[in-house]
Design a protein around this ligand. Structure first.
Ligand SMILES: Cc1cc2nc3c(=O)[nH]c(=O)nc-3n(C[C@H](O)[C@H](O)[C@H](O)COP(=O)(O)OP(=O)(O)OC[C@H]3O[C@@H](n4cnc5c(N)ncnc54)[C@H](O)[C@@H]3O)c2cc1C
Length: 558
């Protein structure tokens, strides 16, 4: 059968029957979305062989070679075949620009198109989740799941695991500009850090990434591909879930579209929504689970009024500095010369090294914008190349980039359906920079980025500041720069937040990720984060799904 990772007729004849022109099937668990979280769930729930699982994915197989070559993220970021390419509503504080929000639409989801950077967040992020009414989610509770997921190329220690499905590797190369960036940090008191996921996060260093032998290790590669060999897992690709089916207060299955047909699948145990921070709330709202007023406005019968579904959207906004470089050492220079370009290909093919093997940012790190702060409040990504980011091409001059984002934003927005058409993108509005604190701290981060470039270590490489340019000096100028050019660093989260609904009326799921007021339905993905982690989001989502699998199978310590 077209579009299926595994053919129903070969594997599940007893589960397939036609009902009133639709196809209906029955499983123990149905997972919606084969992204970072969905792939983990599909693997863990089928591991024992005792459960039958259907995994629905709106996108296709992860066959595009640019998915697997790490630097290919710069290409798949613009490829509608594997990317939803959402846009925000006009962002009022960003000059009413519609900010582009890429999201994976392919096996592996966003982990198949992301920048591969392996960062977990700060210990306090998880302790905060716990203290917000989610016992069991403190750092000490989450660490075993980070370790369980991990296959750390440097070996195991107190913070790291080996033998897990997700390979974590260093970049093979060192780059003179990245070395200068790290030296710049030391000269302004930001120490070196070779492990952002160990004893302390603060400092600058080379990033580790989710890669195996120089190729991307997406959640699909790590978890799903091995599990697809199991007879108790059915993977349906190009299968868009359109509604969660319910009977009274119980979720009983999922309606989905595939190959032009409307199908229904039933879950004897649970439906697990893992469609990501934009589409999990969309699917819930389309299914009558969400803010009552919104549902009524669209004529969706209310199954369960939950005002928090789609609220609490927050994201990291980045400002990107670009400098013209004195020396022709950037990847821009490599691409401007046919011989050097050939060399890049050869380095990757022969040794899995060179720019094709790099993550989104070879180096970066975390810093405090004021010494009295208890923990880092900004994150840097450093790239020995530059681009306008409107397409995959690099600038036709020697250039390098440093991006800065303020961690733990206060600004909050929403995801709301605009129509009952499941193919129509919902409205999403993160409301970037809507608090004074967010604006002030971003300006402080931008000043720190500039201070790094002005050090004796990095300044010899600087020919000129290309963006924003020396003319931007005052706080107002720098804020203007962020408003005119700032964009997402791809971490939308929080739209089905975990919490105790007696304490937090906007909570959507409880601490076991069960939807409040409904049975047989959980949300497991980036949307359950009550607050965004201080870092990148892929690995925290993998951790959440690892823990969720234990909760679902009742193997977690309670
Ligand atoms: C360009 C980019 C760069 C990034 N860089 C990094 C990085 O370097 N490091 C890092 O840690 N994080 C990074 N991230 C963020 C990280 O990858 C995501 O936060 C994480 O993958 C989210 O996982 P998820 O399971 O919540 O959702 P996703 O991985 O997005 O999965 C959701 C899946 O559900 C599917 N789906 C949606 N709706 C339906 C439906 N109705 N029916 C069926 N299927 C559906 C989607 O197609 C998708 O496959 C990046 C993200 C992007 C987009």
């Amino acid at each position: 059968m077209d579009g299926l990772g595994r053919c129903y007729d070969d594997n599940t004849p007893q589960f397939t029957q036609r009902v009133e022109g639709t196809v209906s099937e029955s499983y123990d668990y149905i997972i919606v979305g084969a992204g970072s979280a969905g792939c983990v769930l599909a693997n863990r729930l089928t591991e024992s062989g005792g459960h039958r699982v259907l995994l629905l994915e709106a996108g296709g197989r992860d066959r595009n070679p640019w998915i697997h070559i790490p630097i290919g993220f710069g290409k798949v970021m613009f490829d509608r075949e594997v990317n939803w390419m959402f846009e925000t509503e006009p962002e009022a504080r960003l000059r009413n620009r519609n900010i582009k929000v890429p999201r994976g639409r392919v096996l592996g989801g966003s982990s198949s198109i992301n920048g591969l950077i392996y960062i977990r967040g700060q210990r306090e992020d998880f302790d905060d989740w716990r203290d917000m009414g989610n016992p069991g989610w403190g750092y000490a509770d989450c660490l075993p799941y980070f370790r369980k997921a991990e296959d750390q190329s440097r070996g195991a220690d107190e913070w790291h695991g080996t033998g897990g499905p997700l390979s974590v590797s260093d970049i093979k190369d060192r780059h003179p500009l990245a070395d200068a960036f790290l030296a710049a940090g030391e000269s302004v008191g930001i120490t070196r850090n070779d492990d952002f996921n160990g004893a302390r996060q603060e400092g600058l260093g080379y990033f580790q990434g989710t890669a195996r032998r120089g190729l991307r290790c997406s959640a699909a590669v790590a978890y799903l591909h091995p599990a697809m060999k199991r007879p108790n897992l059915v993977v349906a690709t190009h299968a868009l879930a359109t509604r969660v089916l319910t009977e009274g207060t119980r979720a009983t299955g999922v309606e989905y579209r595939q190959d032009g047909a409307l199908r229904r699948a039933f879950a004897t145990r649970e439906v697990l929504i893992a469609a990501g921070a934009i589409q999990s709330p969309q699917l819930m709202q389309l299914s009558g689970i969400g803010p009552g007023e919104l549902l009524q406005q669209h004529g969706v019968p209310v199954v369960k009024a939950l005002p928090g579904v789609g609220r609490n959207l927050h994201d990291h906004l980045q400002a990107r500095f670009i400098w013209k470089c004195v020396e022709p050492v950037t990847v821009n220079d490599d691409l401007m010369s046919p011989w050097r370009k050939l060399g890049l290909g050869a380095r990757f093919l022969l040794g899995r090294s060179g720019p094709l093997s790099w993550y989104a940012g070879v180096a970066g790190g975390f810093a405090r914008t004021r010494p009295e702060l208890k923990r880092p409040d900004v994150q840097f990504h450093f790239f020995p190349y530059s681009t306008d980011r409107t397409d995959p091409s690099l600038h036709p001059f020697s250039g390098f980039t440093m991006s800065v984002c303020k961690l733990r934003p206060e600004s909050r927005g929403f995801v709301r359906i605009k129509s009952v058409d499941p193919l129509a993108a919902p409205a999403m509005q993160p409301n970037y920079l809507s608090t004074d604190h967010d604006r002030r701290m971003l300006i402080a981060g931008i000043r720190l980025a500039r201070a790094l470039a002005a050090t004796r270590a990095l300044s010899p490489y600087v020919k000129a500041e290309y963006r924003p340019g020396a003319i931007a000096q005052s706080d107002a100028d720098l804020l203007e720069f962020a408003k005119n050019t700032g964009g997402t660093i791809f971490h939308p989260s929080g739209t089905c937040k975990m919490g105790d609904i007696a304490r937090e009326p906007l909570a959507v799921v409880d601490r076991e990720l069960r939807v409040h007021g409904l049975e047989g339905l959980r949300v497991v993905d980036c949307s359950v984060m009550p607050t965004l982690v201080s870092g990148n989001t892929n690995v925290p989502v993998v951790m959440i799904a690892e823990k969720a699998a234990d909760l679902i199978l009742h193997t977690a310590p309670r």
